[in-house]
Every structure is written in C-alpha cells, then in structure tokens.
Design a protein around this ligand. Structure first.
Ligand code: HEM
Length: 468
C-alpha cells in the first residue's frame, strides 16, 4: 500500500521545527494505571502541538519580532525564542517499556530503543559506579536509573505560560501516572540567548528536511526518512502501521563544568586571546557561531549571525590547519572529510535547551562549579544506532575519527567520553602546530543520564494509543 504524502498536521511539532521556547520542562513519568492512562490520553491529544501549528507559531513570532525591529533571524536551524509572544507547546513520547506497559503491540525494530539507554550507557562511554553489592550501574541521577515510561515536553515563552500548561498536562494524567521528575531548562539571558553554557552559539547548523523547508547555502538537504519512520527505506518494512511519522528521541542530561573548562583553556593557551582561539578550535566555531573554516584567526559576529554564510564551508580532508579534525562540529558533521551520503544517514534534528543558573562570581573566582548547569540534549532520528548513538560512540568517542588522517585526531573535546576517566587527547588544538597533541586533563561534560523515547504521530496517539 502506498504511503500517503506527509501532512504536517500529523507530526508532533518538536520533531520537524522545534517547539518555540524560552523555557521547557521535561515531565518524566511512570504509568501506574495503563487503562486509565490510555483513557486520559484521549483528553491530552487535543493539547498536542503539531508541526503545522509549530510552523505557524514560528511564522507569527518572526513577524512580531520583525515588526518590532528585533532580530528575527536567530541563526536559522536554531530554536526560535518567543520572548514577546505568548505561546506554549506540548509533545509526548514513550520509552519501549512505556509502550509495553500500555499494551501497544508491535516491534519498532530498533534494538537500542528496545533495550533503553541505561543498558547502553557503558557503550556510550558514560561513567559507571560500583554498588556495595558489587553490581555496576551508570553514574546517573536517580531519576534516570528508574523505569521511565514516558516524557511530556512542555514549552513556553515564560515560566508562567509553561507552568500553566504543565499543570494542565499533569492534571489530565494525574490518576494514571507517577511523576518521576520534572526537569526544566531556560534559554540563557540577554546576549547569551541561543548560546550553550560554554558560551558558543548553538543550533547554527541543522539539516533541512526535504520537501518540508527551504535551505540555506551549505545546509544539507536530508530525506524525511532519516528522521521519520515509514518515510524512507523502511516504508514497506514490517513495522506496525502506527509507526508511520513517528520519530525516536534521545534525551540526555549533560552537565557542563564551565569555570573549569575556561580555566583549562586559559592555563593551556596563556592569554585570553589565545584561549579564545583554542576554545574555537575545540568547537570548530567561535562563540558568535562564525565557522573557523571561514575566519581562522578571529571571531566575526556578523558572519556568525548570517545564516546565508555561516554554514557555507567544507573541511579540507587530511588538513587540520584551519580546523582540528577533533573539533566538535567536525566530528559531528565531517563535511568534506567524508562523502555527503556517508554523513546524511547519521544526521539528527537537535532540540536541546540549557539548564541551570548562570556561572556565579564565586564560581568564576574559585574556578569551580558548585551549581549544576548544562544542556538538556534532545535529538530526533529514525534510527538510534545510525543517529545519536553512532555520533557519540563511533565519531565523538573514537580518537581515530575522521579516519585516514596522517595525524591522529583524538577525542571530541566537548563530548568525547572514555568511561572510567581514561585520558583524552586531541591534536589540532594549537593553531601554530596542528600536529602537537594536547592532553585534555578533564572531561567537562559528564552525562547524568537519559533515555530513548518514541514520539508517535498524532493519528497514532489519537486512534491507537488513546482509548475512549
Ligand atoms: C553539553 C554538550 C554539548 C555542547 C556544549 C554542544 C555544543 C555545540 C555547539 C556550540 C555546536 C555548534 C553550533 C551548531 O552548529 O549548532 C554544536 C553542533 C553540533 N552538535 Fe553539539 N553540543 C553538545 C552535545 C552534543 C551531542 C551529545 C551531540 C550528538 C551526539 C551533538 C551533536 C551536534 C551536531 C550534530 C552539531 C552540528 C554539526 C554541524 O552540522 O556542523 N552535540 N554543538
């Protein structure tokens, strides 16, 4: 049977466009009463924000910003921060255990989703800890060590809008679930809006989904099937019909040691100017988002903000004079190192948000993190083993990737992990001698847990998951 053309009204809004947000909560829950839960879902479905609604919310926000002469274009690919328009969003996703608990029949055919992130924590390089009885478990927050069945994603332009919506969602589900935790994040304030906690502009490079959105110079146009189930090679595969237009979501809580990261750069590089360059070489972009490949010696904020230019570059194979092989954006999207088709199948749609307070004067002075902050990382893909897990394990954690270079690249300095605190090194950090290795001394991003979820289509939620 032919698959009907894609309809934005059927897809949850966070997947294709990203729910516009200033603040977001992740409501992690366990289903106690499956029948009551499925009955409650019928009342929740009308609150779910579709891709169509999200698209029109984004258009409206951009229009208002433009009319108020505020910067409407926030980097493209980047999440849209509503700040002056009242808007909220609701999406929902389920773990494999959650689907099982609800009695939803059918195999989505993704072994990593099925076994859950906790099972794969060691493979991802997460730190592990030994319990008194000798058992080993990931060194994660308690919330993620529990059996999580689902997550509600609630977004808003302010805490007030967000909390109102969160209360409605919790009220609807209350007699059927147990709350495990509600984790929240906020877009950073003022000139740091859109920047993650190390200070770099985030959401600059994002694939354009074919026939869904237009694309900018240098942006890769990627088949819908890389992100949505049933829209690619698997369209006629033996998957349940309710899988169509759903997507797998990887959620990771990633605390960042910001003062420690800054101190390392300054101690290693010697001056603030050299530290800024070394930091840019860790990321592959300056703090403004400007790519090193276009401006290798100094930041260029105009370039960073220009979506028509800030992705229009490629890396030079076997050459890290312009940008280290191990730089985060080169590990994650080795454009120019590999052929395009070897990269696109691993692309993901990133939808994270920073969490935690700004660095305090005290932390800055002592070079020590005392208040937890970082990134609630979220990404969508149609296969976890080709998407998130591949990027983390096969590229970021692999010192030999990109393969075939004369000098060994080393670890992604931002997210490359060696479980058990093994030494991480990289080359290319020193612009003056790009083959000189650098011992990274610490790991500044340490995962505290996460889970894999399935974000179903709205018809699947309404007609299959919900019960009248
Ligand atoms: C705290 C953790 C992280 C931080 C601070 C971080 C930071 C950044 C920054 C600053 C950029 C450049 C801006 C942009 O192109 O959007 C970026 C790009 C990217 N990151 Fe991360 N990131 C983190 C975690 C991750 C993880 C866990 C993954 C996947 C496993 C990932 C995948 C990507 C991808 C795919 C890109 C785009 C590369 C491109 O197309 O050029 N990031 N990240």
């Amino acid at each position: 049977m032919a698959v009907a053309p894609l309809s934005l009204a059927n897809i949850q809004g966070d997947i294709l466009f990203g729910l516009p947000k200033q603040s977001q909560s992740f409501f992690l829950f366990k289903i106690d009463q499956p029948d009551a839960f499925r009955a409650n879902l019928a009342n929740l479905v009308p609150l779910i924000t579709s891709a169509q609604q999200t698209k029109s919310n984004i258009t409206e926000i951009k229009k208002v910003k433009l009319s108020q002469k505020l910067r409407a274009n926030e980097g493209d690919g980047e999440a849209v921060h509503p700040d002056i328009v009242t808007v909220s969003g609701v999406n929902i996703a389920f773990s494999a255990k959650g689907l099982e608990k609800m009695g939803i029949v059918g195999d989505l055919g993704d072994f990593l989703f099925k076994s859950g992130m906790k099972e794969g924590a060691l493979d991802l390089g997460d730190n592990m800890r030994q319990l008194p009885d000798g058992a080993i478990q990931p060194d994660w927050d308690d919330a993620f060590l529990q059996e999580i069945h689902g997550v509600g994603l609630i977004t808003g332009d302010s805490h007030e809008t967000l909390n109102q919506k969160l209360t409605s969602v919790k009220d609807i589900l209350s007699n059927s679930v147990q709350e495990i935790a509600t984790l929240s994040g906020d877009v950073r304030p003022d000139d740091q809006k859109g920047h993650e906690h190390f200070g770099y502009k985030d959401g600059v490079s994002e694939p354009a989904v074919k026939d869904v959105e237009s694309f900018k110079p240098g942006q890769t146009v990627v088949d819908q099937g890389v992100f949505l189930l049933g829209r690619g090679d698997d369209a006629f595969q033996d998957r349940p019909s309710w899988a169509l237009d759903g997507s797998f979501m990887a959620l990771r809580k990633l605390p960042q040691l910001v003062p420690e990261f800054d101190k390392f750069l300054l101690d290693t590089a010697g001056t603030q100017e050299s530290a800024d360059l070394m930091g840019a070489r860790f990321v592959g972009r300056w703090k403004s988002g400007a790519p090193l490949m276009k401006t290798p010696t100094k930041d260029d904020p105009e370039l960073g903000a220009d979506a028509n230019r800030n992705n229009d570059f490629k890396f030079k194979a076997n050459d890290q004079s312009g940008c280290p092989f191990a730089a985060h954006i080169r590990k994650m999207n080795p454009r120019g190192d590999l052929g395009e088709s070897s990269i696109t199948s691993h692309m993901v749609l990133r939808r994270g948000i920073p969490f935690g307070p700004e660095v305090s004067d005290e932390e800055r002075k002592s070079n020590k993190t005392t208040q937890e902050r970082g990134l609630m990382f979220v990404c969508y893909q149609s296969s976890i083993s080709s998407g998130f897990s591949f990027l983390q394990q096969t590229w970021a954690n692999n010192p030999s990737f990109p393969f075939g270079t004369t000098t060994e690249p080393g670890f992604d300095p931002l997210i490359g992990q060696t479980s058990g605190g093994g030494v991480r090194t990289m080359t290319g950090a020193f612009a003056s001698n790009s083959s000189q290795p650098l011992n990274l001394l610490a790991q500044w991003v340490n995962s505290r847990g996460g889970e894999y979820f399935f974000s179903p289509s709205i018809p699947a939620l309404r007609d299959v998951f919900a019960k009248a």
